[in-house]
Each structure stands twice: as C-alpha cells, then as structure tokens.
Design a protein. Structure first.
Length: 504
C-alpha cells in the first residue's frame, strides 16, 4: 500500500470522528427507499417541479460551492443529480454533506425539479449517511463528447478487477449488466426445461467415488467418517440413478470441480447444466440443444439491449442460430486433418509423433484416448466457428455412450462446438450394465497405469443399472462457456463473479 493511499485512508477515518462529534452514526440500519434514480425523469415529466422522492445509493460525483453542493447519486437503475443547500437541509446535515466522499452510501428525501440546464435534480430536504466509504472506489473520470457521457476507466487491470469484483461491479455498470444478462440466461434455460416437463434436482457435490467425465478431482477428507471424498467432476451418474428411480426427465444446474490449470476457457470451479430424458437418443437431444441455445441467446440479447449494451456478437446473428446446426463426423474429420485413412488404426507411436508435431504437452503421460482427444482439439475443434455438432466418437473416447447402431466401434455421441470451443456434450446413454462394467474396467486399468483423469469401477452405479435403466439421452452444457460465446467474451474469468485466482 502506497504512502499516498495510506494518507487517503487515514483522512477518511478521521471523518468518522468528525461525524461522531456531530452526533451522526456513519453506518445505518436501513432506509425507507421508495423510488429509484432511473424513475426520476419519468416522475418529473415535462414539469419544472415534481413530487418528493426517497432515494438511496452511492455518491458517484461531488462538487461543493460554498453554501451549496451538487452530487450525483447512483443506484442499480442509473443516477440522478442531487442539490444540497445549507438553508434547506440545515446546519448539521450540511456539515455531514461537507464530510461526504465519493463512494459513500446515502439516503435523501426531497422534491424533483429541473435546473436551468434542464437536468432532472432532487432538491434535498433530508440527508442520511448510511455507510461511510473508508476506501476510495476506483471511479473513472467522465466527460461529455458529442452529447454523450464518456467514462474513462480508472480500474482497467483485468486481474485486479477479477480479484476485487465488488469494486469492479460498483464502478462499472456495464459489468453489472453483463452478470445480470448471465442470470437471465440461466432463468431462461430453467424455463425452457421446465416447460418440457423436466424436474430440477440436486445431487451430491461430495462423492465417495467421482465419475461421469475424464478429469483429475479435488480430494478432501471427512473427519467424522474417516474417509476420503471427492468434489464432483460431473453430475451425470447421480442424475442417471434418478432416471432408474422413475424421474424420467431431470436436470441440475450446479458447480463442478476439476483439479486442472486455469486459462482463457478453464476455471477449476465451473457451472454445468446436465439434463437427461428417458426414451430419447442423441438425435432427440440435438434438437433440445438447438432450441435451448436459441432460448438462451434471446434472453441474453434482451437483457443487454435493456441495459443499452446490445451486443453485436456473432451468436446473435439469426442466420448463425437458425437450426438445424451443421453436423460433422468425428472420425473422418480428424483422419482428414491428419491425412490418414483412419486415425483409430494409427499406432501409439504414430499418435505420439503427431501429438508432438501439434505441440501437445506431457505426451508421455497421456493415454491413447487422451492423445486422440488432444489431436482433435488442435486440428479440428479449434477451427470450428459457427455452432456445429461433431458426432459419432470412437468408443474408447466415450465410456458412457451407447455403441453406434451399425458401427459398434463408434458411439452415439455429439459435442457442440462454436468459436473453437466446446459448448455441449451429449450421448445416447449406455444402459447395458454388462457393457458398462467392461468399460469401467478399462478406465480402471488406465488409472492404474497413471492416467490421472481416468475413473474406476463404480459398483453402486452398476447396481442401479442392473435394476433396469431406461434408454435415455443426456446432455452436459458448460454455462460459463455458453455465456462467453453468447457475449463474445474472451476470458472465462470475465463471466465468473469470483474466479479462482492465486493469492495476492
């Protein structure tokens, strides 16, 4: 902390003592707010004088002129000008006004009027200090250019904005609008699935055995039970247990955890939507995903438009979203990219050589399925721009998917890609417990050989399958990445309120 900042912090703390001398408590219990700043213009209309309003929010601009002071109060709806006059508010209240700083939270009461320049303003008759700001918020400077207010950000460092999201939100209304749009997207997805008869459920985050994906888990310890537990890497296996139990359409929106590095599209804690439908297959689920994406895009577009931040992201192009999305077969696509007849016929040595040429890291530690997956990401996935379904993955890449009808070497699986990133993953779900046991055993051997992302044999899940698991389609959608795509955001930390970061 710099000496200058120390001085500023100290100066603000000294105002606490000055407020106490006036008999003013700087941290209130509440305030009877009856209107919002954004309503004031409509309440005043074309009149010169208007009704009394009760407003609360932050001081976002402040300028004193002797016996009068002008300020701007900001709240979630916008901002409005305040006019303080000593003769109107009284000596003590005006003394409080003299002790205000940018960022202070205040409540005011007074009638609306219009200044000589035409600005809607509150003539403050009553002032309450609700919370003294002891640390200055990083407000940027503002200027009017061609009749529009242009704000120059003082808080521009992306890492610091992610660390101090509270300050980022406080000074950047467009960031608040972005996260409001994300919430509207989630609400729209819930509404879409609810309308189709899906039931929202909750399944365990702490699991005695992780599964449903290929990922390295976080490990913790339950002291009372004296047993290790894992933070879930996917919701899949518990949701499919519920289908066995008779909930034929279920979904969950929750956090999953994978013990991996962070980059522009990965955060160790992320939000997943998974939904499962009995008696459906992966072709049915393609239609579900297309319609869900269109509903999500509409909700995000409407929220941004309402905030005056209409996005020109390609995701909102009607031609891009018009279904059906293009389909691409996994095996021919990668084989063509590697200039071979069939990538599954390549030897381990040939796969490793191809991976080395592609710049894949830690090749010696990767299993054969993982090598193929890395090659697909490099040569095919990263080049897909518009929403596209990649279909029919090799069996060894999909331990929970049913074999493809007519070609048991492949599986009925699709992934949705756009802007070079995965948005959704789906299967015709495997419901044969004998086949599933064999695939689990393959995963267990890979795990024993050192593959940290492989899983073991989940006996309880197999038991559930043995009771009779209906055929079903299942989908997983990463909501962080989906929102990134819909808003054209480049880094995942910019769409997560509190992303995982190293300690300062």
């Amino acid at each position: 902390m710099s000496d200058e900042l120390n001085y500023v912090l100290q100066a603000r703390r000294e105002k606490i003592a000055a407020l106490a001398a006036l008999g003013v408590v700087p941290f209130a219990y509440g305030f009877d707010r009856q209107q919002f700043a954004g309503q004031c213009a409509a309440l005043l209309g074309d009149a010169a004088d208007g009704p009394v309003v009760h407003l609360a929010g932050r001081v976002v601009a402040l300028r004193a002129h002797g016996k009068t002071t002008f300020a701007h109060l900001g709240d979630p709806s916008g901002r409005v000008q305040l006019y303080f006059k000593r003769d109107v508010v009284g000596e003590i209240a005006y003394a409080v006004c003299d002790l205000l700083d940018l960022g202070d939270v205040i409540g005011v009461r007074g009638p609306l009027f219009r200044t000589r320049t035409g600005e809607v303003t509150v003539r403050v008759e009553h002032l309450e200090l609700l919370a003294k700001s002891l640390r200055p918020l990083p407000f940027g400077k503002e200027e009017e250019v061609d009749g529009k207010v242009v704000r120059h950000a003082a808080f521009a460092d992306g890492e610091q904005r992610s660390r101090q999201r509270y300050a980022d939100l406080a000074v950047h209304p467009e960031v608040r609008a972005l996260f409001t749009a994300r919430s509207r997207m989630t609400t729209a997805i819930r509404g879409f699935l609810d309308a189709l008869g899906y039931l929202e459920v909750e399944t365990p985050v702490l699991q005695s055995m992780y599964g449903g994906a290929a990922a390295k888990p976080f490990v913790t310890q339950h002291n009372a039970l004296d047993m290790p537990l894992f933070l879930r890497i996917a919701d899949e296996l518990y949701l499919k247990r519920l289908v066995v139990g008779g909930f034929e359409r279920v979904y969950e929106i929750g956090h999953d955890f994978r013990n991996e590095g962070t980059d522009r599209t990965h955060n160790p804690e992320f939000t997943m939507l998974e939904f499962y439908e009995a008696y459906a297959d992966y072709t049915t689920m393609m239609g579900r995903v297309e319609a869900l994406l269109i509903a999500a895009a509409g909700a995000v577009r409407d929220a941004l438009t309402a905030a005056g931040l209409a996005s020109d992201a390609p995701a909102f192009d009607a031609a891009v979203l018009a279904g059906p999305f293009p389909r691409m077969e996994w095996l021919p696509a990668l084989s063509q990219a590697l200039h071979v007849a069939d990538v599954t016929a390549m030897t381990d040595a040939e796969l490793k050589a191809a991976a080395e040429r592609a710049g894949v890291h830690n090749i010696a530690t990767l299993s054969r399925p993982k090598l193929m997956d890395e090659l697909f990401q490099h040569h095919v996935e990263s080049h897909i721009e518009r929403p596209t379904f990649v279909v029919d993955y090799p069996k060894e890449l999909s331990p929970l998917a049913k074999p493809k009808r007519g070609n048991p070497a492949l599986t009925e699986r699709f992934e949705l890609f756009a802007r070079g990133k995965e948005l959704a993953n789906a299967f015709s779900e495997l419901n044969d417990p004998l086949d599933q046991r064999q695939r689990f055993e393959v995963q267990a051997r890979l795990k024993a050989a050192g593959d940290e992302e492989a899983t073991g044999v989940d006996e309880d899940y197999l038991r559930a399958m043995e009771y009779g698991m209906p055929p079903m389609g299942g989908v997983g959608v990463g909501l962080d990445r989906l929102f990134m795509y819909l808003t054209g955001t480049a880094h995942i930390r910019d769409v997560i309120l509190f992303p995982t970061m190293r300690p300062e």
